[in-house]
Design a protein around this ligand. Structure first.
Ligand SMILES: NC(=O)c1ccc[n+]([C@@H]2O[C@H](COP(=O)([O-])OP(=O)(O)OC[C@H]3O[C@@H](n4cnc5c(N)ncnc54)[C@H](O)[C@@H]3O)[C@@H](O)[C@H]2O)c1
Length: 384
């Protein structure tokens, strides 16, 4: 698949997936006249080990690149690491024509994109995402950033890469938890835009093959292509998140609040994708109460999520904190907590205001699910 788009300026950018991705990468570098300009590849220790050898063995143009490594992990998406990276580029005499290649998951593409957008007022960069989260979400859409003062993505820019090259072969070395993490975004895409993909995901569950792709009717390529297409179509119409881009927020209002709440207690840390999966349950309930989602669809979504993700208990006493977090969401309007909700699988609507009473009902519904053990017997954590 090849998508050609325009940046907010007039420059072109491309997203390429599929078997010929490395050939396309080299072609792109040649046509783009970037070679022999200096290239820097940003990695962490895991992508240096698993992905860099693949890239260097398959790309002619990147063989002489300089490698910059940072330690893996969300805690390194920080201003401290950004300072190290600015220094690393300066001491290596990078200039405005240098090209930064982000080879890694969402941490690498968020941070690398931020560095590219700020170094000497902006240098070109390319994303080569290596996690499912990176491939279906973080590498696409031009949101860059870092965490600051314990708040996720508090500092950042909108700055599109020149290109994104997606090699699903990189997913082979991810462990199941990392696949589950990105899969929550795939579930979201299916629910907001693609009823056919949702049916295929449901079939995986019925056959107990949730993370076991390829299956008879779904490959990694199809899953990643479909997700990228959905995200791309939305952001093309609304790069700066004035309206339509809020569709992508389904599951994220509760999800981000749960993630933030769990960060306060390091013993109960919640991965981003796991938080979004729980957010999808809560926001599907709101969709049932407010947006016309049928009870049957609600049950089907909840069963799907809890068959594959461990239920995350929310203490009664945390409700106030959760609402507080949600009240500070950047996407609210007129100080009202706004959600993206489902009318049915494949069709979502934005700017749905829910009052605190409704939010408490959703939490009450969620609490009741904890005891319905038949729903979560198969979650991936329990299978190990
Ligand atoms: N900008 C956006 O639009 C956007 C969207 C979604 C998420 N994000 C951000 O993305 C980040 C999460 O991304 P993530 O889930 O990719 O996490 P991550 O980047 O931390 O990667 C997860 C782990 O997988 C390792 N890894 C990466 N590729 C690998 C491979 N092929 N084989 C083996 N190990 C590999 C990494 O070293 C890391 O330890 C968060 O900071 C989140 O805020 C940004």
């Amino acid at each position: 698949m090849k998508i050609k788009g325009k940046n907010t300026g007039s420059e072109q950018f491309v997203i390429v997936t599929g078997e010929n991705v490395f050939t396309e990468l080299d072609k792109f570098l040649r046509d783009f006249n970037i070679h022999p300009v200096r290239t820097f590849i940003l990695v962490d220790e895991n992508t240096r080990h698993h992905c860099l050898p693949v890239l260097l063995s398959r790309s002619e143009f990147l063989k002489n690149s300089e490698i910059i490594e940072i330690p893996s992990g969300e805690k390194n998406k920080s201003i401290g690491t950004a300072i190290q990276l600015w220094n690393a580029l300066m001491t290596r005499h990078a200039d405005r024509h240098s090209l930064l290649i982000n080879l890694g998951g969402g941490v690498i593409s968020d941070l690398g994109g931020f560095i590219a957008s700020t170094f000497q007022r902006g240098i070109p960069y390319i994303n080569l995402p290596t996690t499912l989260m990176g491939q279906v979400d973080a590498a696409i859409g031009g949101k860059t950033g870092l965490n600051f003062s314990d708040i996720k993505n508090q500092i950042g820019t909108f700055y599109n890469p020149k290109a994104v090259f997606v090699h699903t072969g990189f997913l082979k070395t991810l462990h199941k938890g990392q696949i589950a993490n990105g899969f929550a975004e795939v579930i979201k895409y299916a629910l907001i835009e693609d009823a056919i993909l949702w049916k295929k995901l449901e079939n995986l569950r019925r056959n107990d093959r949730f993370f076991k792709i390829p299956s008879n009717d779904l490959s990694w390529e199809e899953l990643v292509d479909r997700s990228i297409n959905i995200k791309y179509d939305i952001i093309e119409k609304d790069f700066h998140e004035q309206n339509l881009r809020k569709l992508l927020n389904f599951g994220h209002t509760f999800g981000h609040a749960l993630e933030a709440l769990s960060m306060k207690n390091p013993d109960h840390g919640l991965d981003h994708g796991h938080a979004i999966a729980m957010g999808i349950i809560l926001e599907s309930y709101l969709s049932f109460k407010k947006a016309g989602l049928t009870h049957e669809d609600l049950t089907s979504i909840v069963t799907f999520i809890l068959s594959n993700y461990e239920y995350f208990p929310i203490e009664d006493s945390s409700s106030g904190n959760l609402i507080e977090f949600m009240a500070h969401d950047k996407k609210n309007r007129d100080q009202k907590i706004c959600f993206t909700l489902l009318q049915r699988p494949g069709k979502a609507i934005i700017d749905q205001w829910c009052d605190n009473e409704m939010i408490h009902y959703a939490l009450k519904y969620y609490h009741q699910l904890e005891n319905q053990t038949e729903l979560h017997e198969n979650s991936y954590r329990k299978k190990g």
